[in-house]
Design a protein around this ligand. Sequence first.
Ligand code: UDP
Ligand code: MG
Length: 151
Amino acid sequence: MEQEKTLVILKPDAVQRGFISKILGRFEEKGIKIVALKMLFVEKDRAHKHYADHKEKPFFSGLVDFITSGPVCVIALEGEDVIEVTRNMVGATDPKKAQPGTIRHDFGMHIGRNLIHASDSPESAKKELDIFFKKEEIVEWEHNQYTWVYE
Ligand code: UDP
Ligand code: MG
């Protein structure tokens, strides 16, 4: 069973609106293992690093202002194909276009307030996990439900 890890950020709107437990609960219910989590303010430098690919985009400065505007919750998830599975659970970037049942659809109304970030590839997952977590902060543990989650 090939396990991989991904980074999720509950953005300041998710925290302010009181959705940490609801969103985290979806990952737990899905059978995904949480291997790290913490709350922090994202400093400007870190925001720039995390969103480096979007530096030239017109929404970049607004995005940096938003992600640094309040505390966020950063989470490392582990599971089989968890990068893709998590992106599917998160939904399209614009909550108005996201499918019902996705986090962005169910909780959001605007592309600039879309509640959650999730890594989009193995390369970005590795890069983003390194930005937010030290190696020793990732907790390797045995999920005792795994035989009931995976064949
Ligand atoms: N974003 C925005 N306006 C846009 C496009 C993106 O504010 O027109 C923000 C939004 O918060 C999004 C983030 O920039 O989540 C990163 O954009 P990306 O295209 O990588 O979307 P994601 O991978 O988060 O779905
Ligand atoms: Mg992205």
